[in-house]
Design a protein around this ligand. Structure first.
Ligand code: CTP
Length: 409
């Protein structure tokens, strides 16, 4: 199942140079499983042709409210009734001003006004010059449009077509896609603040060498994304991984287990849910060399190599689980267990040892670095399997399971 299967999106384009991104956005929506109906203003057709948008959406494009192709000649009614959402990208300053006043002198604005407000959400991706964006009139319009029930996406920051630099660019197509997918997810964690640890830790031996493990961070990043999609405020404490930050998630990069423990300590008091997916190194080198350790020069098999002494790292999850807030139920703790065999037995024992209400087991070697996984949830009442699926699918299921176990906020 793709993220937007069974979704019918009316993609509206108003006039602005960001129309060039709408072509890529249209492809991305189709690739994600949506059917896409493009509606353009005449101004938008100055920037990109209906031919291009028709080819990419595989449907005839509508521009005029006088389009005679509809048997009842009411394209604004027919198109808006079919939609799961109307996404206007780009939404120009002028188009938003027009929407605000309920004006309806072209097909796109007519369709937005005629949509059933309680059933067809209106999502706007603003795009304009930075001065236009900052202008009190635009900011006022946006606030009123939001109050009227529209969902206004963020804008990007950077170099603009006019040569100026600042806020107001339209988000990139992949960012709008991620926001739209999130929009459709149930908001089961609204009002919650979720803290997630993810990835491996890196324990230095000397300034250029260290010890780490094969955790890719993908499961933890997926959980951070799923929690955000579910409406939570999310802080992600990430060990050294090369993964993009999920949209809307606050990311704190760390290296060692001690760094991770400090970052968790900083953020845990604001959290209502703590999910520890990180593969924290169990030990660190006791005496990290200040300078690069050199070979002894003996060469070959006569070289003994450096002798390393280790000390055990603090157990971050167990420490948090023992805190007063966790014990009182104000903070719900979820642990992970990567095992190689006897998953149920080890996960059950680990849940008790760590003192957490929910422990999620997986077979480590079968999942490291991959996009798929299978999970076993163990709580006080028993075990439940979440069968093999993508990590993002499993993360969304896990988020729903966590939400069910929380006391309402
Ligand atoms: N964890 C942690 N801090 C550590 C070690 C583990 O927060 N120093 C967390 C992990 O993020 C995970 C859970 O504890 O949620 C289980 O980690 P794991 O390494 O599997 O457990 P261990 O206690 O190290 O048990 P063992 O190595 O014997 O399997």
């Amino acid at each position: 199942m793709s993220d937007l299967s069974n979704k019918h999106i009316v993609l509206g384009l108003s006039g602005g140079i960001a129309c060039y991104k709408a072509a890529e956005l249209c492809r991305a929506l189709v690739k994600a499983g949506a059917t896409v109906q493009v509606v353009m203003t005449e101004a938008a057709a100055q920037f990109i042709t209906p031919v291009t948008m028709q080819a990419l959406s595989n449907r005839a494009v509508y521009v005029s409210q006088w389009d005679a192709r509809e048997p009842n000649n009411m394209a604004h009614i027919n198109l808006s009734r079919e939609a799961d959402a109307i996404l206007v990208a780009p939404a120009s300053a002028d188009f938003m001003a027009k929407l605000l006043h309920g004006r309806a002198d072209d097909l796109l604005s007519l369709m937005c006004l005629a949509r059933p407000v309680d059933r067809v959400p209106l999502i706007l991706a603003p795009a304009m010059n930075r001065e236009m964006w900052q202008h009190p009139a635009t900011q006022r319009n946006m606030a009123q449009l939001t109050a009227d029930g529209a969902h206004v996406l963020d804008v990007g920051q950077g170099e603009q077509a006019c040569g100026e630099t600042g806020d107001g660019r339209m988000l990139e197509p992949d960012e709008i896609l991620e926001d739209l997918i999130a929009f459709f997810q149930p908001k089961v964690l609204a009002g919650q603040h979720v803290l997630v640890t993810a990835g491996p830790t890196y324990e230095a031996i000397d300034p250029v060498r260290g010890i780490t493990n094969l955790s890719s961070g993908k499961m933890g990043f997926s959980i951070a994304r799923a929690a955000r999609e579910a409406g939570a405020v999310v802080t992600l404490v990430a060990g050294p991984v090369h993964l993009p930050t999920p949209r809307g998630v606050q990311r704190v990069d760390v290296r060692s287990a001690l760094d991770m423990q400090a970052a968790v300590a900083t953020h845990v008091n604001a959290a209502s849910v703590f999910v520890a997916t990180a593969a924290v190194a169990d030990w660190r080198v006791a005496d990290v060399a200040g300078q690069k350790i050199k070979k002894d020069g003996a060469g070959g098999s006569t070289s003994s190599g450096p002798q390393l002494n280790f000390v055990e790292n603090p157990d971050i999850l167990a420490g948090v689980a023992q805190s007063a807030r966790a014990q009182s139920g104000a903070l719900y703790c979820v642990g992970f267990a990567a095992e190689s065999h006897d998953l149920l037995q080890y996960a059950t024992a680990k849940r008790e040892r760590k003192g957490v209400p929910l422990l999620v087991g997986n077979i480590g070697p079968a999942t490291f670095g991959l996009d798929d996984n299978a999970l076993l949830l163990v709580d006080a009442h028993g075990a439940k399997e979440l069968p093999h699926a993508s990590k993002l699918t499993l993360a969304r299921q896990l988020v729903a399971e966590i939400a069910r176990r929380l006391t309402p906020v």
